[in-house]
Design a protein around this ligand. Structure first.
Ligand code: ZN
Length: 172
């Protein structure tokens, strides 16, 4: 396993539409291990493969509260199959947009379907942090970021900030 560098805003890779996983190969298993290690190291509660530069429909998550009892989840080709009409605002952040947090309103509860590493197709209900996290991560597979839900003013401000930071980095 190894920790991979994160793709950071404004990198255009974050806007790619990721491709479905067709077969669970050793490479896919290796990739999910790297994703989990990178996610725990960051630390974060969720990671999409594109955030380490791989445009495949893979998400890792762990929304368990305690570090002693990790509950890693690997979702292949995840999709939302139902969402509640009720919404809830949660303060979100993103490993690709470091140290920036804003409230985003999303459906309060969702049902999602995914394939696990054994190839089983699973449907699961989520609320609270898991509901927010799975929606945020599936958005990544479609090139959508949580800042897309903010006002244009806020989005422009954060884009400008990260473009400047990237320029500084390139110049250093
Ligand atoms: Zn994110």
């Amino acid at each position: 396993m190894s920790i991979k560098p994160l793709v950071i805003l404004p990198d255009s890779k974050l806007r790619l539409i990721s491709e479905p996983v067709k077969e669970i190969t050793q490479e896919i298993r290796q990739l999910t291990e790297d994703m989990l290690e990178t996610m725990y190291d960051a630390p974060g509660v969720g990671l999409a493969a594109i955030q380490i530069g791989v445009p495949l429909r893979i998400v890792t998550m762990d929304v368990s509260k305690s570090e002693d009892e990790r509950e890693p989840m690997v979702l292949l080709n995840p999709e939302i199959v139902w969402a509640s009409e009720e919404t809830r605002a949660y303060e979100e952040g993103c490993l690709s947009i470091p140290e920036y947090y804003e409230e985003v309103e999303r459906p309060d509860r969702v049902r999602f379907r995914y394939m696990n590493l054994k190839g089983d197709v699973i449907e699961q209900d989520a609320d609270g942090l898991m509901a927010t996290c799975v929606q945020h991560e599936i958005d990544h597979l479609n090139g959508v970021l949580f800042i897309d839900y903010l006002s244009k003013l806020k989005r422009d401000r954060v884009m400008t900030k990260f473009k400047k930071a990237a320029k500084r980095e390139a110049g250093a």
